[in-house]
Design a protein around this ligand. Structure first.
Ligand code: KPL
Length: 301
């Protein structure tokens, strides 16, 4: 069995290690030849932290490599999903297994519309890792990963995933889990990016906390209108826990904004606002956060 991974960021590299230790061959598909040549020592990757201490040698490829793909894990930024998969689409074999492990929503449905004859899963994880360099990954936590099929004939887990040494929760319906992660991201990411603060500051600054609570109320109304149960104790309580546990972290959106990169705002708050419009729910605070982040820099379209 051979898993290909599109998106060689920290989560892609962590999964390269988990999959390779579970048995399959693993290839990282890098964007182009230049990215491939920057990788040291032919795909050497050291993983350390959270009980992990491994060295693996991944095969490195570009989209142009002429090898068939039967098992594909996508860990790119959400907005890059369709472009990245299109670049390798001619290599996908009939019935190929594809797992999307990303923040945000909307890209899952868009991919289903782009591809025929695949088996697709979506996954969401609380695993955390960071890369000190291309070949050194620090695993902070293996977290919890929920995964579920998006196509009718898919088994509960993709091939080989039953042997992953990480807490994995197969679910018949992955949608509520994607919504829960989306809800947390809606309440933390745009605020930290606009205020330029660490996650924990959303709890310490009374003004920031007030906005965060209003975001939570709006997100809960949209989820309820969509028939999704978020958290029994309420979204604000869950967001408070996450902001406290990740208090010293810079959210992924703040990091994107600071580096002048495109953010995932359209797949997080943008998705929420599009759902709200369809469901006729008013979300003025989320809309103003969407506009605020759009004004900061590169965005979709
Ligand atoms: O997932 C995150 C992100 O930064 O994208 C949170 C949960 C907000 C942690 O930083």
């Amino acid at each position: 069995m051979h898993w290909h991974i599109l998106g060689a960021g920290s989560i892609g590299c962590l999964w390269a290690s988990l999959l390779s230790r579970a048995g399959p061959d693993v290839s990282l598909i890098l964007r182009n030849r230049a990215a491939l040549e920057q990788w040291p020592d032919d795909g050497r990757l050291d993983i350390t932290g959270a009980g992990e201490q491994h060295r693996l040698h991944c095969r490195l490829e570009t989209p142009a490599t002429e090898l068939p793909i039967r098992h594909l894990l996508v860990t790119t930024k959400a907005y890059d999903t369709l472009r990245a998969v299109e670049a390798i689409q001619s290599r996908l074999q009939p019935g190929a297994e594809i797992v999307l492990l990303q923040n945000g929503m909307g890209q899952q449905q868009a991919l289903l519309e782009q591809l025929a004859d695949i088996r697709l899963w979506a996954a969401t994880t609380t695993a955390a890792a960071w890369r000190e360099s291309r070949s050194l990954l620090h695993c902070v936590s293996l977290g919890d990963t929920h995964i579920g099929p998006l196509t009718g004939d898919s088994p509960s887990l993709p091939s080989g995933w039953d042997k992953l040494a990480a807490p994995l929760h197969p679910c018949a319906d992955i949608q509520p889990h994607l919504w829960r992660k989306l809800a947390i991201n809606c309440a933390i990411n745009p605020l930290t990016a606009l205020y330029g603060c660490r996650n924990g500051m959303l709890l310490e600054n009374a003004g920031h906390r007030e906005v965060m609570l209003r975001v939570c109320e709006e997100v809960e109304r949209v989820a309820a209108a969509r028939g999704i149960e978020l958290f029994p104790g309420g979204l604000a309580a869950r967001v408070t826990e996450v902001a406290r546990a990740t208090g010293d972290n810079l959210s992924s959106m703040l990091q994107d904004v600071r580096h002048g990169r495109r953010s995932e705002i359209e797949q997080i708050t943008g998705f929420l606002c599009r759902q709200a419009r369809l469901l006729n729910v008013k979300v003025p605070v989320n809309l103003s956060l969407l506009q605020g982040i759009r004004a900061l820099g590169p965005h979709d379209g």
